[in-house]
Design a binder for this molecule. Sequence first.
Ligand code: FE
Ligand code: FE
Ligand code: MG
Length: 163
Amino acid sequence: MGTRGKEIVGVEVGKLLTMLNKAYADEWLAYYQYWVGAKVAVGRMRGIVAGELEEHAQEELKHAGMLTERIITLGGTPLLGPNEILKESNCGYDAPVDPKTKKLLEQNIKGEQCAITTYAKILDFVKDKDPITHQLILEIMAEEVEHEEDLESLLEDMNTGVN
Ligand code: FE
Ligand code: FE
Ligand code: MG
């Protein structure tokens, strides 16, 4: 990163990089959990649920891309392999071993809630100290909030028998 670009980052960069890499790990696992969940889904409202999961998968992958760019700009290296990704993740991986749509929704809602908590902590860490990262995380977090809402609405429809 450029000299002045670095100077305006008022937090300990190593600590920020660790946080960003952990969020990056979460995004890859969320991506895969959604992607494979969409493939194996069975049961009520399958078409609608699978469509939503697929859409979210693509957005998680996009988040991973946004985080990598910031990590590299700050002079860091994104996690380079699946073992590290599993190890460093905050939110972990919930395999869709029970592929019923209701169960998939519940698992992914849990994942989104963990993501929202993680991003809230990063926002708090960089607040007033690194406006570029702040802006980036806000953008990602807004989509996680939307994801949670989408999945909770689907689960509610399912539980009230709308579909
Ligand atoms: Fe995400
Ligand atoms: Fe999400
Ligand atoms: Mg959605």
